[in-house]
Write a protein that binds this ligand. Structure first.
Ligand code: UD1
Ligand code: CA
Length: 503
């Protein structure tokens, strides 16, 4: 049987969530990249309901603002005072009018409940022609839950809350999940007749079952195959448990689709992350938000990617990347930090102790060691020497640096933006580059070395340094000034050793 489309899904989320001990409303706590309530809404959307309604109450400003941003298809209905689950549903029907068709009621704090399970409930409800069908589960410890009371034939009679239950009823391990499929017209009538004659003085939605049964309507139950799905989150221990279950589900789906996860126990992947077959995820990796990883890429160990795309065959090790685009075959880390707006071209490299922000690095260009690249465009095939800084901030504003194709920036350069280094240009090691460098030029921006012979013997006599120098010089007079730098070797390529070429 195809799954009947519900006329509405009502998500109850007005409760305070006291046990979270949090200034954040319970249903906005995050797991696997979504708030609790968003997991529920995502599962509900899988049923294509005509209407999606969320009952808000406690901290409703925050919850409504969240829904407006992340679930605008859901209508929030305010339940100003939380007088019980029955009152919550009555408040909805008073606000939106009677709903003709099947109404599914669920909670905002059950992130593990899958669309498939709700669909099975709807199918049972329709097939059996019930006025109401409750989703139940056999649990090892039913403490705190409403118990499902059945007669000798197994027919559902009523649901009794723990506080109102007799000792015999408390032994029952079939619990009420709080999820129901109702006939909308019958619900609208019955919910008005719920009393508050119970230990909490609340309107219990559970009472609708006995009211409908006493009216002569069919009341049924669908027992969930896995009770874990219907377990709600009431405190942070349960939040962590639910996160673990959800994460395992996500990892299993990826592994079955061809992703290698070396250590599922230390790998955390948000629900919206996309991975192609033959991706390898190493231990200690967290993949958040809209991260997408193409075939053959390897991420981790100890890597956290948020809203980052990784191209085919790229390698990202011990890195933290946020809002970055890593091209095919590119290499990141170990120990790299790529911030928003970083775009690494095909085969490019952001190496060890490298930070980048708002920077485009062209195909095959390399930034291998100890470097900050902020607000920059680097062309293709260029190399940035170790320990360089793209000096982008003048204390007030950020400025852009442009480096052309096949440029060789020497080690320990400060490229003071705004500045442009033309195609094929070189800069000398240790340069502070403040002026544009034309294509093909060599720029040297540093003080010339001054060597004062015999200074240690004169000014630090008797020290270990002076003695070492004495031994090296073999007791003779000072060595010739150019002994280690023969003339003619002073116009070499940009590297650590060569001298200034502007003498
Ligand atoms: C409810 C059920 C119980 C079931 C359990 C499953 C009733 C009377 N009892 O008990 O049989 O085993 O859920 O978790 O229904 N809410 C509102 N407005 C309110 C009251 C509650 O929106 O006025 C929301 C809460 O935010 C929460 C959900 O409804 O998400 C359940 O409310 P809660 O008070 O936790 O019900 P339980 O006592 O757990
Ligand atoms: Ca509860």
């Amino acid at each position: 049987m195809s799954v009947p489309r519900p006329a509405a899904v009502i998500v109850l989320a007005a409760g305070e969530g006291t046990r979270m001990k949090s200034s954040t409303p319970k249903v906005l706590h995050e797991l696997c990249g979504r708030a609790l309530v968003d997991h529920v809404l995502a599962a509900a959307r899988g049923l294509s309901p005509e209407r999606l309604i969320v009952v808000v109450g406690h901290a409703r400003g925050q919850v409504q603002a969240h829904l407006a941003a992340s679930g605008p298809d859901a209508r929030a209905v305010v339940q100003a005072e939380q007088n019980g689950t029955g009152h919550a549903v009555r408040t909805v029907l008073e606000a939106v009018g009677t709903i003709n068709g099947t109404v599914l009621v669920t909670y905002g704090d059950t992130p593990l409940l899958r669309t498939d399970t709700m669909a099975e409930l709807l199918v049972t409800h329709a097939t059996d022609g019930n006025a109401v069908t409750v989703l139940t589960a056999e649990v090892p410890d039913p403490t705190g839950y409403g118990r499902v009371i059945r007669d000798a034939t197994g027919a559902v009679l009523e649901i009794v809350e723990e506080r109102d239950a007799t000792p015999e009823q408390r032994v029952i391990r079939e619990m009420n999940s709080g999820v129901y499929a109702f006939d909308g017209l019958l619900l609208a009538d019955a919910v008005k007749r719920v009393s508050t004659a119970n230990s909490q003085g609340e309107e219990y939605l559970t009472d609708v079952l006995s009211i409908l049964r006493e009216d002569g309507h069919r009341v049924g139950a669908y027992v969930a195959a896995d009770h874990i799905e219907v377990e709600g989150v009431n405190d942070r221990v349960q939040l962590a448990f639910a996160r673990g279950v959800l994460n395992t589900r996500v990892l299993h789906a990826h592994m079955r689709a061809g992703v290698t996860v070396i250590d599922p126990a230390s790998t955390w992947v948000d629900v919206d992350v996309v991975m192609e077959p033959d991706v390898v995820v190493h231990p200690g990796t967290q993949l958040h938000g809209r991260t997408a990883i193409a075939s053959g890429a390897e991420v981790g160990p100890a890597t956290t990617l948020t809203d980052t795309t990784v191209g085919a065959g790229a390698v990202v090790r011990n890195a933290v990347c946020e809002g970055a685009e890593i091209g095919p075959g590119a290499s990141v880390g170990p120990y790299a930090y790529l911030r928003p707006g970083t775009v690494l071209g095909r085969g490019a490299k952001a190496g060890t102790y490298v930070e980048m922000k708002n920077a485009r690095v062209g195909e095959g260009s390399k930034v291998p060691h100890l470097t900050y690249v902020g607000d920059a465009t680097i062309g293709e095939g260029s190399n940035i020497g170790a320990s360089s800084v793209f000096v982008n901030y003048d204390g007030v504003r950020k400025h852009h640096t442009t480096v052309g194709d096949h440029v060789r920036v020497g080690s320990d350069n400060m490229l003071v933006a705004p500045v442009t280094i033309g195609d094929g240009a070189y800069t000398a090691a240790g340069s502070v580059i403040t002026n544009d460098v034309p294509p093909g030029a060599m720029a040297v921006g540093r003080a010339r070395q001054r060597t004062i012979e015999g200074w240690v013997a004169r000014r630090r006599a008797g020290t270990a340094s002076a003695e070492a120098a004495h031994r090296a010089l073999d007791g003779s007079a000072t060595r010739p000034a150019d002994a280690t730098h023969p003339a003619g070797d002073q116009d070499g390529p940009a590297g650590e050793q060569h001298q200034e070429s502007t003498k």
